[in-house]
Design a protein around this ligand. Sequence first.
Ligand SMILES: [Zn+2]
Length: 291
Amino acid sequence: MLMNRRTSLLGLVTLASSGVTSCSLVQRAGWVDAPEPVVDPRRRVPATPAAIEAPAAGMGMGVAVPGRIVGPTRVAYSSCRVPGRYVALTFDDGPDPQDTPRLLTLLGERNVKATFFVIGRNVRAFPRIVERTHAEGHELANHSMTHPTLSKLGDAAVAREINGCSEAISGVLGGHRPQVFRPPYGAFSARQKEWAHQEFGLPSILWSVDPQDWKIRNSEHVSRTLIQGAGSGGILLAHDIHPTTVAAMPTVVDTLLERGFQFVTMGQLINMEIRAAGSASALLRFTAGSM
Ligand SMILES: [Zn+2]
C-alpha cells in the first residue's frame, strides 16, 4: 500500500514539475511500478505500446511519430536502463528495394515498430520506401551518407556524412529529421561521439546484440543469437539488406513476444530511460522530504 501511495504521490510530483495534464498523470504515475507486459501474439495485442508517447506535433507527412526524445540524451547507448522487458529492433544499411518492403510487411502483420538506420544515398535512391517506413510508424535514423569508416575521417568530412544523411531523410519526410545516429561499423572514437552529440545533438547508438548477419548468412543463426541475447533495454542489431536476416525475423519477433518482450523504437527506449531516471530522482526527493 505504501508503494501505491508513493506511486500516486510521485505522479503528483511529476505533474507539478512538468506541467502535464491530469490525463498524462495516470500514464506517468504508472512508470514507477510498471508491471511486466503481458503479450499474447495469438490475440494480436499491439506489440509496440502506442500509448507510450503522445503523438509528436509538427511531424512531416501528417504521421504521428512515436518516440520524439523528451529530454537530454547520453552521448552514446549500447542499451538503455528501462523498467520492463522492452527492446529496440534496429536495422542498418537500407533501404533495400526488395528486403525492406518484405520486412515492413511482416513487422506490420505483428504491429511491431523498429528503427531503421538508413544510408543517405539509399534514401535518395529509394525515397518511396523511406516514406512507407515512416508512414507505418517506424523510426528513421542516421547511418551516414555513404557508409565510410568515420574514425578515419576528419571532422569536416564526418559532418558532411552526418548532415548529408539527415538532409536526405528530411527531404523525403517533409522536414522530419533523425534524432539518433549510428556510426558505420560502430567505428567512432570517444571524442567523435562527444563532438557529434554536441555539434548535431545526435547520440551515437551502438548495440547490445550483434548476430553478425552481414557475415553469417544463416537465418537460424541470426534468430537464435538475437533471441538469446535479448534483455531488458536491449538494442538488437540487424541489416535489412540480407534475405536471410528478413527470413529470421518472424521467429525473432514471435518468440520474443511470447517471452513477454515489447518492441519499441530507439526514441521510445531512450525516453523510457529518461523518464525512469526522472521518476527515481523524484521518488528520492519525495522520500527525503517526507522523513
Ligand atoms: Zn552499416
